[in-house]
Write a protein that binds this ligand. Sequence first.
Ligand SMILES: Cc1ncc(C[n+]2csc(CCOP(=O)(O)OP(=O)(O)O)c2C)c(N)n1
Ligand SMILES: [Mg+2]
Length: 630
Amino acid sequence: MNKSYRLTTGQALVRFLARQSVERDGRQNRFIEGIWGIFGHGNVAGLGQGIVEFSQAEGLRFFKPQHEQAMVHTAAAFARHRNRLTTFACTTSIGPGAANMITAAAGATVNRLPVLLLPSDYFANRFPDPVLQQLEHPIERDMSVSDAFRPISKFFDRISRPEQLMASLPEAFRVLTDPAETGAVTITLPEDVQAEAYDWPIKFFEHRIWHVRRPIPEPELIRELVRLVKSAEHPVIISGGGIIYAEAAEELRLLIEQFGIPITETQAGKGVLPWNHPMNAGPVGSNGATSANRLAREADLIIAVGTRLSDFTTASKSQFQNPTVRFVGINVVPLDAHKLRALPVVADAKRALRILHDALQEAGYSGTATAYRQQVAELKAAWDAKVTEIRTVLPEESGLLTEPTVIGLVNESVGGKATVVCAAGGMPGELLRLWRPEDPKAYHVEYGFSCMGYEIAGGLGIKLAEPEREVVVMVGDGSYLMMSSEIVTAVGEGLKLTIVVVDNHGYQCILDLQRAVGVADFGNELRFRNHEKDSLTGDYIPVDFKKHAESMGAHAVFAQTEAELKKALDDTKQAHRVSVIVVPVDPEKRIPSLGTWWDVPIAEVSADEKTQQVRQGYEKARSAQRSIFA
Ligand SMILES: Cc1ncc(C[n+]2csc(CCOP(=O)(O)OP(=O)(O)O)c2C)c(N)n1
Ligand SMILES: [Mg+2]
């Protein structure tokens, strides 16, 4: 009887990928849904041949993006939308093709999203050295461009003999499917090794089911947590993306409704409960709501669940001002659970929240005082009114729309169930405050890495993850110019996407920041060179985004007024293709300042008086930062 298959490394890899499933809560699915790839000499003959021979038979669909960075964004967004229970593999050629994935790979790792990266690598046999695009490090001969994946990967290996796959792939899948360890997993594939054959044991290709663990919290820590909750007067939950990935919305809802504990949201956690849930106090931190920030400022107990506690969430550690505040971290990742010197409850969010709920009930806890719940309701009502006001301001006659108004109009049109996608620019902060999701999958802003270029590629990944859902991408002109190429991919795949390009002639959020840090306008807008002054201060460079989108096969319209935008959005409801709506907005009119702070250092010395003044304000603001040892 045949005990082995003779296959190349590339062929064996494809077969293995197709036969890995995950299981959580008794539900099972294939883990690698398909393969994205851009071919070159580094992968066309080896892995590429394996894909051609085996992928279709194994049920793995192949996709071709227009840029390697984009396909990794797509894979990450796909994985996020599917709560990390599925992802894509991504193959590239050697050198530049590989290097192009690094930016998005770092984004996946930062956001704790599984992506499997398969860059090519130079010959293991070294005969042709230097192969086209080989780095040739002068001292470290075994170093290649693909080594640049090491610091941004959660697992890295180089396969210099075929049989190493048998040691490497199970480790790679252990990391990919582990909620605490997951991120970018990189296996580099030397060009010659991909084409080499080996007698693989049949067992290597057996269908394997990876259990996605849900660790339960330690009882001692739950006892301590119950004690902390019972003795707190003003507890606040920070609700992070981990709650969504753990599918723990219901457990969160039960807990906060029964015990009257308000939640505040992070970028990744927004949407876990609908915007209008009475105990949802809105976003917290530098881009936060007046309601959530007031509660967080005064809270005596912060329970951070499934959050990385980024500087935006903690307002650069200035958000929590109660001198007696205590922190609890409920997180499957120990690194996160321990942040802010918290009581570290290392556990799955769904299980931890349910166990906490039952433990509080058993301990006879009746919840927060009526006065506190009343305060939450009042702060929330005031915030909701403020949001309505901000997102419905219309320009005076013939004026341009503002970004907040565009957000309001788009949200009104697509509703609270469509998924909104964004990543960089001014809009992530505005969306966090102004968008009103009614479903845990209705808000997808990538703000761990805030990577320009994620938006359209990410939207594509979400549409693939859930084809029935409406997906609306909000993208600034700057991000669009950096990476809009995946419109072509979406058109080619016959997908429906609505893309709203908000054109304000450049990097207006950075210009805003530049002004706020006391620096004169410099290098952020899309302007012609003024040759007399030899500076980028000429007129705006007109870019016809409508024509550009049309040239890639999208249906495109230009919408300047409220009526035009409403009609354009309405028209997309009947559309079955990629629609791009280009909206010019007033570059000077953004969301009003709400008195929040984010630590961006100001020059300590400068000849400019304005900078000196701003520095003084900065020093004052910094004095509000609290050390965890204070
Ligand atoms: C890849 C990448 N490069 C640079 C940045 C820094 N950055 C953040 S927002 C931004 C400008 C984005 O411009 P646009 O998309 O037009 O949005 P706007 O600022 O006008 O709201 C820049 C350069 C980033 N986040 N990502
Ligand atoms: Mg812009």
